[in-house]
Design a protein around this ligand. Structure first.
Ligand SMILES: Nc1ncnc2c1ncn2[C@@H]1O[C@H](COP(=O)(O)OP(=O)(O)OP(=O)(O)O)[C@@H](O)[C@H]1O
Ligand SMILES: [Mg+2]
Length: 509
């Protein structure tokens, strides 16, 4: 890519970008939220047109005016937010955008092609399953198959690992290594510096739309990369102050919840959560975390059992009533449940809060208050946007997440239910959020944190429950030296070591 420039509303998203990738190479693209990574890759994939600059393949300039042309040039892209059609089957989704699709749906031919490919890259899946039934990892594999079937020489992966479980990440890395060995090129965007160091040959760092540095991963380290991105040193390990837990805030008693496919997703889970406490739920995703978070926040029905907030029964109340009882929620799927993409940023800053007296009077919103509130969130949480009169879908992924966090946290909730809150955040924003969660805890709130990132769990949580197949395998205290058992428990081992505590108090195992 040569001298690429692109602006939106007079603000540079990309400025004078020069970038190259060689065959058999994995290039990492790094930068803070809103630095311009996705925009640059959307230009390469033909979704956006640059204002100026040129794209060349093997030294010859080419023009890419849409994704069909980029696919013909051997470029494939897996987007930051999946673009599959949820109600269609895997095969139908692969057929959409397949470059050799004739007039009629080439079911038999395509099924054969996919089967050959699946064998080569060890993808195992039932092609007639509907996409909505699949985990994020499976959806992503379909996106990769789609790109490879179209003969992609260059595969662009925009934050592919944010939503993957650790085993899925391992699988993805081995696929990428195989592609590299076969001479394919990969551009890999991630905020997880360990991953970048592990799989990339080179990295390019963007800051505010410009390239600020290049490095060979062999000659650099995580700290130096973070400094290059953020322009200052980043603290990777924060110390948490020891606090005495206060009154009981949340009490979950023997709840059973059904999953989307009608099978029981949570089987008799019980626990209590106190003031000044961060309670982590660790586990490989798909073991009931999503259903548990949705049930507590009112999005999903509880079949039996009870949830109490400050001794008040809130079982199966509506999300709004649960919010009114002091429960905030940062959902796992931010685009589907966290925002209304077509609305302005200021509307999104008060979702679920629009009925509060300070934002509305009778049937009308008090727009000046709403806008002031939005401006405060934007400035406190450093949301990069040119204006609050901007449709939220135009913000970068990490900045959407920052706005959701600001909305849910800034009002000092009694309980925050947060699923993967640092998902998609850059290293600086992650550090900021972790400090903020600890501050909430200090102020007396409780936090129920769902995460697969063990480092995050260890750093923040006072107690951790390990969930497997819809049950708690045990609850560990942060002081427990046997944290190494967590890995085993995540894989389903219920064997409680002598130091596992709080069984009597909190679980129904
Ligand atoms: N369609 C659009 N309309 C207006 N502004 C846009 C549009 N697309 C991107 N932008 C702006 O361009 C800038 C760069 O966004 P981009 O999505 O490329 O960031 P990013 O580096 O991918 O960030 P993240 O790590 O959060 O995903 C942002 O300020 C964003 O608001
Ligand atoms: Mg992005």
């Amino acid at each position: 890519m040569k001298d690429i420039c692109k602006s939106f509303h007079g603000i540079h998203a990309n400025k004078d970008i020069n970038l190259h990738v060689e065959s058999g190479e994995i290039l990492g693209l790094l930068g803070e939220n809103g630095a311009g990574k996705t925009t640059l890759m959307n230009i390469l994939y033909g979704l956006y047109q640059p204002d100026s600059g040129q794209i060349q393949i093997n030294g010859s300039p080419i023009s890419i005016s849409n994704p069909v042309e980029s696919i013909l040039h051997g470029i494939g892209m897996v987007h930051q937010h999946f673009m599959l059609i949820q109600n269609h089957s895997i095969l139908e989704n692969i057929a959409l955008g397949y470059k050799d699709t004739p007039f009629f749906f080439p079911k038999i031919k395509l099924r054969k092609r996919v089967a050959e490919f699946s064998k080569q890259f060890d993808f195992r899946m039932d092609l007639d399953q509907k996409v909505w039934q699949l985990s994020a990892g499976q959806q992503q594999r379909i996106e990769i198959i789609k790109a490879l079937l179209n003969g992609a020489d260059l595969l662009i992966l925009d934050e592919p690992t944010s939503v993957l479980t650790p085993p899925e990440i391992k699988e993805l890395i081995s696929i990428l290594r195989q592609m590299k060995a076969e001479g394919h090129m990969v551009i890999f965007i991630s905020h997880k510096l360990d991953e970048i160091m592990d799989i990339c040959d080179r990295v390019t760092v963007l800051q505010k739309g410009r390239i600020v540095g290049h490095a060979n991963t062999a000659d650099t380290n995580k700290k130096a990369l973070a400094r290059m991105m953020v322009g200052r040193d980043v603290v990777f390990n924060i110390d948490k102050e020891k606090l005495k837990k206060g009154k009981k805030v949340l009490s979950v008693q023997d709840i059973h919840i059904s999953g989307d496919k009608g099978i029981t997703a949570i089987k008799g889970v019980s626990f209590d959560l106190f003031e000044n406490e961060i309670f982590g739920i660790a586990g490989v995703s798909g073991n009931g975390q999503r259903e548990l978070a949705e049930a507590i926040t009112g999005i999903r029905k509880i079949d039996s059992g009870s949830v109490r907030m400050d001794e008040k029964d809130i079982t199966n109340l509506s999300p709004r009533h649960i919010y009114d009882n002091g429960v905030s929620h940062v959902p796992e799927e931010r685009i589907r449940f966290g925002i209304a993409p077509g609305l302005f940023l200021y509307d999104n800053a008060i979702l679920k809060q629009h009925h509060l007296k300070k934002f509305s009077k009778r049937y009308f919103l008090k727009y000046s208050q709403v806008k002031n509130h939005a401006k405060t969130i934007v400035s406190d949480f450093k949301v990069a946007t040119h204006s609050i009169n901007n449709q939220i879908r135009n913000l970068s992924g990490g900045n959407i997440q920052k706005l959701i966090l600001g909305r849910e946290i800034s009002e000092q909730p009694r309980l925050l239910v947060a699923s993967h809150p640092t998902y998609g955040l850059d290293v600086g924003a992650t550090e900021f959020l972790r400090e903020h969660l600890l501050e909430l805890r200090k102020q007396g709130s409780s936090v129920l944190l769902f995460s697969e990132d063990l480092e995050e769990i260890f750093e923040l949580c006072d107690r951790v429950a390990v969930i497997f197949a819809g049950e708690f395998m045990g609850i560990l205290d942060a002081d427990d030296e046997r944290f190494c058992d967590i890995g085993l428990m995540m894989a389903g081992s219920k064997e409680p070591s002598p130091k596992i505590t709080n069984f009597s108090e909190s679980t129904a195992v």
